[in-house]
Design a protein around this ligand. Structure first.
Ligand SMILES: *[C@@H]1O[C@H](CO)[C@@H](O)[C@H](O)[C@H]1NC(C)=O
Ligand SMILES: *[C@@H]1O[C@H](CO)[C@@H](O)[C@H](O)[C@H]1NC(C)=O
Length: 396
């Protein structure tokens, strides 16, 4: 169906009206409404936070197409980066593509490709080239954005997650983020179905171990939101397909991970329902199963795959077998906000991992929204959490 809002000047008029109504009518009304603490989405929230969250929810109702589509990969020069270094990451070699991931890649046509990576440097840390110093620790970061938006470029809001860790950690000089390929589908070009982003994640890890020379034990694999899904998927891949030259990483750090693309727990008492007013998204009813990202990721496969595939939805109620899915996983630190819509995914991860004997640190902030560690307006929770995470990294 053609959306008339895709055409100018209608799109521009719509956007101007949207902003004017927001600023001149809605924000003043919300301000009055939220003045008494008891009327705020969370009574612990400040007026400012209540208004920011409400505004972000409103942005989800924009009727223009804000679905992402992959941008071409271009080299970023040093002069454009203040605290980072750009590097190319070689495609995953064919001989390292195996098991279930290879099987699905053959169905969807996903293929390895060269991607961009960014070293993010601690303030004042000199750049001495990619090679690891003896015993050096680092973090591999997959950014959030629902598999369809966002970038590893340090200008992206998600870089403030790892930037915060670098600020508070005593043992890290730099972290590494990869621009895994984003997925899209109609009305945009159909691109990069599952497991494309996972192939890039494996390639990023391979770069750290085999090219930069980091010891797997010294690498923490980290992801926020969709990036958390990739972090868990990477470790699953390395455990299921033992590659002598590419052992699993020492630690996992999962922030508000999105681990059930089928939303199998969705119902009247699920976090997606109960936290509808206390998180930054406002999904409309019925939107869950048609989520643009899920449709794009599935490509030619049907929805059943999102319910049952242990890589796409490791905590789905329909993945079999239910036990042993996390056996052999390294120590995992889970960060989430209690009133976030995806809280059920974190709760399930923590329970399933513990049942499988994995050491899990659950760091749940009682009043924080989805992926709050990237938002510099989400204080003091953001800094408090990043300090604890940094201490955990420094102690390992
Ligand atoms: C890095 O890993 C090696 C081998 O596992 C270990 O001996 C070393 O202590 C680690 N470095 C740090 C800083 O933890
Ligand atoms: C990241 O944090 C810095 C302050 O620490 C802030 O100036 C900057 O705007 C933040 N970036 C984004 C994209 O939010």
């Amino acid at each position: 169906m053609t959306n008339i809002l895709e055409y100018q000047p209608l799109k521009a008029i719509y956007l101007i009206l949207f902003v004017l109504i927001l600023l001149l009518i809605k924000l003043p009304l919300w301000t009055l409404n939220y003045l008494p603490r008891s009327r705020r989405p969370r009574t612990a929230w400040t007026l400012g936070r209540s208004l920011i969250v409400r505004t972000l929810q409103e942005l989800w109702t924009l009727k223009v197409d804000v679905r992402g589509q992959p941008a071409p990969v271009v080299e970023v020069s040093d002069s454009e980066l203040t605290d980072a270094k750009f590097t190319w990451v070689a495609p995953l070699p064919d001989k390292l593509l195996c098991g279930e991931v290879r099987r699905v890649a053959e169905i969807t046509g996903a293929e390895p490709a060269r991607i961009a990576g960014y070293w993010l440097l601690k303030q004042g840390a000199p750049w001495t080239g990619p090679r690891a110093k003896p015993g050096e620790k680092t973090v591999l970061h997959m950014h959030g954005g629902g598999f369809r938006i966002g970038t590893a470029n340090p200008s992206d809001v998600t870089a403030n997650f790892t930037r915060g860790i670098l600020k508070h950690s005593h043992s890290l000089d730099r972290t590494f983020a990869i621009d895994y390929r984003l997925t899209s589908s109609a009305p945009n070009p159909v691109a990069n179905p599952f497991p494309t982003a996972l192939l890039d994640t494996i390639a990023g890890y391979r770069y750290l171990v085999q090219e930069a020379g980091f010891e797997p034990q010294n690498i923490t694999v980290a992801g926020d939101s969709a990036g958390g899904n990739l972090a868990i998927g990477l470790v699953r891949y390395l455990i299921e397909n033992p590659i002598p030259t590419l052992p699993p990483p020492g630690h996992i750090l999962a922030v508000s991970p999105w681990l059930d693309l089928s939303m199998s727990r969705h119902g009247p008492t699920s976090s997606a329902t109960l936290s509808a007013t206390t998180d930054i998204f406002q999904l409309k009813p019925g939107e869950l199963f048609e989520e643009y990202a899920v449709v794009s990721l599935l490509g030619p496969m049907d929805f059943e795959v999102a319910r049952t595939n242990r890589y796409l939805s490791p905590v789905s109620l329909h993945v079999k077998p239910e036990e042993g899915l996390f056996q052999g996983f390294p120590e995992t630190y889970v960060v989430a906000g209690a009133p976030e819509r995806l809280m059920d995914d974190s709760t399930a991860l923590i329970e399933m991992m513990r049942a499988d004997g994995v050491k899990v640190i659950a760091d749940i902030s009682p009043d924080a929204v989805h992926d709050f560690v990237v938002f510099t307006w989400h204080e003091p929770e953001r800094t408090d959490t990043l300090k604890r995470v940094s201490m955990w990294i420094d102690m390992m």
